[in-house]
Design a protein around this ligand. Sequence first.
Ligand SMILES: [Zn+2]
Length: 247
Amino acid sequence: MPGSLKTEAIVLRSIRYGEADRVLHLYTPTRGRLGAIAKGVRRARSRFGARLEPFLHVHLVLHESRGELHTVTGADTVAGHAGLREHAATLDAAARACDAVARLFETTEPHPEVFHLLANELELLNGGPGHATPANGLAFRLKLLLAAGILPQLSTCAGCGETEHLSGFSAAAGGVVCGSCEAVAFPLSEESYRFLVSAIGSPLAQAPAASALALRQAERAICETSEHHAHVRLRPLLRTALSESGG
Ligand SMILES: [Zn+2]
């Protein structure tokens, strides 16, 4: 029903459109992912052009339309995250975080916890490059899998319920697997297993440290889970960071 909608939002993407407009991909706490058009914002005298850049946390007033795109009629900044733009690493990590949210949560189904998780991640990255690590990026993705209801089983073998010798990971089976259920699995080291368990149990700001190999296995577990259970391919996080160290 058309009307006026006031909402908090994080700008996931902002795409130039026409001569002076932008099309925004937004993530909101109560309306999930929304699209909106901001008219005339690329003109120098626009009232709120600078408030609609990617990664900004804003209060918006939207004129609802029956179609795909609502129209932005008001915008106020909650958090500008200017610090994000000072380092290539934080800018890249923020872009990948927004991309992962956009891919895993592409409907208007509300997931307020995803909104708060993303706001928290952007705030952390805004604080400096110290959090722009692969461990942080993977911990963020694991928490997204939890919100999407597809967190892999980590406590017991997903094949047979065995609690010991959990030495493999199988997205098809639904999580970690034991030695006897390993046929369709890839090897998961003890360290990688501990990383997954600890990352999901810790605040984002305290993502556990792990070796490059353990992080690579953790990323494979996260990517294969997302592909198998949500049919979503996440952008690789580690390929660039780890290729220099022989991976
Ligand atoms: Zn088993």
